[in-house]
Design a protein around this ligand. Structure first.
Ligand SMILES: N[C@@H](CCC(=O)N[C@@H](CS)C(=O)NCC(=O)O)C(=O)O
Length: 220
């Protein structure tokens, strides 16, 4: 039976799971729900009321990190490095990627310029740390794509959209290795299929709708 993802069109956490499914060539189903008006069955299958949920037969999994690890373990060759310490370090950086996503969301909802600047500084500090960690290869661990790369991709896709409104977050002088890595991630064939085609429009619409300081920087 095909695994089925319960999704929300804008969700970067679901996208991590979709990228893993696509990279591994796993056939899957996806059902989009409206998080503002979820169907009655959603609260039964999602203990935290969040997407993604992965349905495997009559069993449910929640939390994107758990879902991608499950998919990696069950289908095909692992996308993790084999050395246990390197693998664990990759998992640590995947958690860091989740924090980057939260930070970018906080940037969007920051109500005033001071809160926005604080979030922006915090995000740039995270990018500095990533720059320091990277080795200048195509991907995080070298020339082969790993789960950690797939986990960061939704963040960088959204950072691009934010950077169009608030330039300077992406700075190839300050973060040359990060810039190269991001370019490789955003050039992956599977990226396009990993979201709905109107992702940019939906995301910028959400930025506007959140009505934070960032929305005041957007063209009318
Ligand atoms: N830690 C969770 C985060 C998932 C998450 O925040 N999903 C958002 C959509 S992108 C959500 O479902 N929000 C609904 C809510 O918080 O009520 C994961 O990694 O799966």
């Amino acid at each position: 039976m095909k695994p089925k993802l319960i999704s929300f069109k804008l969700c970067p956490f679901v996208q991590k799971a979709v990228l893993t499914l696509l990279q591994k060539g796993i056939d899957f189903d996806i059902e989009y729900i409206d998080l503002e008006n979820p169907p009655p069955w959603f609260s039964e299958i999602s203990p935290l009321g969040k997407v993604p949920v992965l349905q495997v037969g009559d069993q449910m999994l929640f939390e994107s990190s758990v879902i991608v690890e499950y998919l990696d373990e069950v289908y095909g060759e692992s996308l993790h490095p084999s050395d246990p310490l390197t693998k664990a370090q990759n998992r640590s950086w995947m958690e860091f990627g989740n924090e980057c996503l939260m930070n970018s969301f906080n940037l969007i909802v920051a109500a005033d310029e001071a809160a926005f600047s604080e979030q922006r500084e915090s995000l740039i500090n995270k990018l500095d740390r990533l720059e320091h960690k990277l080795g200048g290869d195509t991907y995080f661990n070298g020339n082969q794509v790993s789960l950690v790369d797939l986990s960061f991709t939704p963040f960088f896709q959204r950072l691009d959209y934010i950077n169009e409104v608030s330039p300077g977050l992406i700075d190839d002088q300050r973060h040359p290795r990060l810039h190269l890595w991001t370019n490789h991630l955003l050039a992956m064939d599977i990226l396009e299929q990993s979201t709905v085609p109107e992702i940019k429009q939906l995301y910028t619409g959400m930025m506007k709708k959140r009505n934070g300081y960032l929305s005041t920087l957007m063209a009318a």
